[in-house]
Design a protein around this ligand. Sequence first.
Ligand code: AHG
Ligand code: MN
Ligand code: MN
Ligand code: MN
Length: 339
Amino acid sequence: MQGKKVGVTVTEHLLRQQRLTPQATGAFTLLFNELVVAAKLINRELNKAGLNDIYGFTGDINVYGEQVQKLDDYAHRVLVRRLSQSEQLCAMASEEDADIIEIPSTVPHGPYILLMDPLDGSSNIDVNVSVGTIFSIRRRLHEGGPVTLEEVLRKGTEQVAAGYFIYGSSTMLVYTTGQGVHGFTLHPALGEFFLSHENIRMPKRGKIFSINEGNYNYWDEGVRRYVDYLKTPDVSKGRPYTSRYIGSLVSDFHRNLLKGGIFMYPADRKDPKKPSGKLRLMFEAAPMAMVAEQAGGAATDGVRRILDIEPQTLHDRVPLFVGSQEDVDEAGRFLRGEA
Ligand code: AHG
Ligand code: MN
Ligand code: MN
Ligand code: MN
């Protein structure tokens, strides 16, 4: 039997997948190519951030009241500049921008809307810990005219693609277009992403839990009881679980995707301005939920499936429980008081 083709690039993989979706026109592949170029530019800056002093703060405060790190800003600008010229978008939105980003009228518009977290885990940049870029791609409902907020504020099941770049010990791209989850590793010398993890499947149950236990006293009682349960020895049930928390969603998620486990950012009473926890529905939870489900995992806000949640505002925050199906289900039973 002819061996598996090695050295499949992301462009080749996209074109092959495109053949499986009859209505695909190549617009998506063009869009994705621009995403890949932007990620390579961000990756290059990250690799030398310490040298040209772009670790620091810009002094700006973003819509969440967060100090904007220079690399947050750089990543945001590179993505906006490159993707708005892709001719495949009719609108963009970014964690780093309060409103929808219009595509210049001088540029031909396309059918797609891109939402992004340009740099995830930014608090880790200056301590050399992995960070990432998260993206979510949707199609506009109808042709022509400016994109309205309600066209963007649609639930996660309407995403046509989602994924992330992780700038870690190696630089990877993980994405799904609804036909499974596929991972590509950047070959540093060639500057090309090659298929390295085809059809990633998340283990049904893991042995890892990821949560910021510093917030323990601010969680709801069900979350505390669930985490206490995971830490209580019961060898027959594979407990205690191991605790792993990097503090960068993309990195914590990626480890659990490959090894199994559950990542949690629950609601907490720490900051009255953030009663639903820290993570953003449109830019973090929804794209990661699509990847998780496509890999056989699950994602909820503790009660509701993330992909079914109707957004109210562009910057909605939601609690996030994402990872192995059985672990997310078990967490839900504790949160509903059934366990
Ligand atoms: P961002 O850097 O895009 O603002 O996201 C940071 C998020 C996420 O990456 C991570 O899971 C979470 O912040 C960690 O928050 P805590 O430091 O509160 O645990
Ligand atoms: Mn983030
Ligand atoms: Mn970010
Ligand atoms: Mn941020």
